[in-house]
Design a protein around this ligand. Structure first.
Ligand SMILES: Cc1cc2nc3c(=O)[nH]c(=O)nc-3n(C[C@H](O)[C@H](O)[C@H](O)COP(=O)(O)OP(=O)(O)OC[C@H]3O[C@@H](n4cnc5c(N)ncnc54)[C@H](O)[C@@H]3O)c2cc1C
Length: 474
């Protein structure tokens, strides 16, 4: 569609905005509105989300009304929760953005070991209430990530994932508003195709208003972080290869090379120095855990070691992800194995002696239950990968550009071990659907899209899936 005709459609919709405002219980804001900036704000400050207007939905009915209004006016629709995922600005330009920040209800059902949450719930909203019943969700490393966006993109839990699988495989029911404005309760029984496709296709197929998923009986684990100085980097990475080689599914270890600038926002231990952060989680006895990770401690005296028995509600201490928004650019690759050549490439491009400004380079361990159909089959997940390498550069544009160039070079070096696809939740801004989904999965998603959203209404703030079979738009 030309820019001119999009502009005309927006103008026509704006003229009828008063009616929309009267129909929905949430706020509707246009670019001049003081609330607009808050509604379009994202965790990644490089995200430029500039929709024609925003509907801050408070109820499923608000979502239905907004979708019908946008579809009737020929406008694209996108949905934003926390904005932890960045997409190119053109994917939201001129669209109607539905935000879900206020839809944060959480209900734990101990009898069925499940949770039902609203579209805007964060992991921090779920873990505490679930723990009161001795249960835990398959949440990710950060408490501030949105449950729905995380789960529909796969959902890689750094504590429970290798033991139980992808979060997407453990969804029981999805309430979703499809492009025709209908609110559907979707399960494996009610609509197997849509249920399969939503878990991976996400906001391409509809806007989820609530999600019901499995919880697991976990209250503690043995885990935390070991921080090594820069001079241990090579030894740690080789010890890491040794530890993960025969790791049971109950053990998950990742390693991050941290290269933080000397700014007050960074904890003193890590400020202005290069460190190696080993992230450990084990679902078993302390004695077993200590034996399993011994090589990672044997490389030399660490700067700090917080690994030990801890409550599940302290899960965020394992990765210690940043909690405040920042401008960054990231890149990732999925690997089939972690060879000495991979370690050498990582050290050469972003290691302590490389001179690189990449802020964090993480190697996450996958496989175990993540490589199996551990629950109900879904379109999500990265089942053929054993490791994910992810790197991000935080800072002003010139620093981000330099770090991104280093990451691009590293990814080129790692091509021989790449699965050829990316894990959806860790794609860079530029990634498209064909980077994420295998051709047969993408073709199936395109057919489901054709059935539920033939006009591609849901094409904003996502890896867009074209409704008709054929190559996904780049
Ligand atoms: C610090 C940090 C730590 C992370 N840790 C992990 C981790 O351990 N494991 C992991 O798997 N991922 C992790 N992620 C990635 C994260 O899961 C993805 O970025 C995810 O897409 C974020 O979802 P969100 O809803 O919070 O973000 P948003 O950017 O708001 O949404 C992301 C996507 O989900 C869609 N979406 C959101 N809400 C809905 C809805 N109601 N209906 C339909 N679609 C919807 C959006 O349209 C968008 O396409 C991490 C990211 C960060 C920045």
């Amino acid at each position: 569609m030309s820019q001119e005709s999009t502009h005309t459609l927006i103008q026509q919709a704006i003229e009828e905005l008063e009616q929309l405002k009267a129909d929905v219980s949430g706020r509707v804001c246009t670019p001049g509105d003081p609330h607009y900036a808050r509604e379009v704000s994202a965790f990644n400050l490089r995200s430029q989300i500039r929709p024609a207007f925003v509907v801050a939905a408070e109820t499923p009915e608000d979502v239905q009304i907004a979708v019908r209004f946008a579809a009737a006016h020929g406008l694209a629709v996108g949905v934003l929760s926390t904005g932890h995922h960045a997409f190119p600005p053109q994917t939201s330009h001129g669209a109607v953005l539905i935000t879900t920040r206020t839809m944060r209800t959480v209900r734990i059902d101990a009898a069925t070991a499940s949770a039902r949450v609203g579209a805007g719930a964060l992991w921090s909203d779920v873990v505490g209430p679930a723990q009161r019943y001795g249960l835990a969700p398959l949440n990710g490393s950060s408490a501030g990530v949105g449950v729905v966006g995380y789960t529909l993109g796969g959902g890689l839990s750094p504590v429970l994932g290798r033991a139980y699988g992808w979060a997407a495989d453990h969804v029981r029911a999805i309430d979703v508003v499809t492009a025709d404005g209908e609110l559907r309760h979707v399960t494996e029984q009610s609509d197997p195709a849509l249920f399969w496709g939503l878990r991976g296709g996400g906001s391409n197929l509809g806007i989820v208003t609530s999600l019901e998923f499995d919880l697991f009986p976990v209250t503690t684990f043995y885990g935390g972080g070991i921080f090594h100085p820069a001079e241990h980097a090579e030894a740690v990475l080789h010890a890491y290869r040794q530890v993960v080689e025969n790791a049971p599914d109950e053990l998950t270890v990742s390693v991050a090379l941290l290269n933080f600038p000397p700014i007050p926002e960074v904890p003193e231990l890590l400020r202005g120095r290069f460190t190696v952060h080993v992230r450990v989680a084990y679902l078993g006895s302390d004695t077993e855990a200590e034996a399993l990770i011994a090589p990672l401690r044997a490389v030399g005296a660490p700067l700090a070691d917080t690994v030990g028995r801890r409550g599940y509600d302290t899960f965020a201490e394992v990765h210690q992800d940043p909690t405040d928004p920042a401008p960054y650019e990231d890149r990732s690759v999925l690997l089939t194995e972690l060879t000495p050549e991979v370690v050498a490439a990582v050290l050469e491009r972003v290691g302590p002696a490389s001179g690189s400004v990449v802020t964090v380079l993480e190697i996450r361990q996958l496989a175990g239950a993540l490589s199996r159909e551990a629950g109900l089959p879904s379109a999500a997940g990265a089942r053929d990968a054993a490791f994910m390498v992810w790197g991000a550069t935080v800072g002003p544009p010139e620093v981000v550009d330099a770090g991104t160039e280093d990451m691009n070079t590293l990814l080129k070096d790692l091509t021989p071990w790449s699965t050829g696809r990316l894990y959806q939740n860790f794609t860079s801004r530029e990634a498209v659907a064909s980077d994420v989904f295998a051709p047969d999965v993408l073709a199936r998603l395109q057919r489901i899209k054709q059935q539920y959203d033939p006009r591609n209404v849901f094409r904003a703030h996502n890896h867009n899936i074209a409704p008709t079979p054929g190559p996904a738009a780049r």
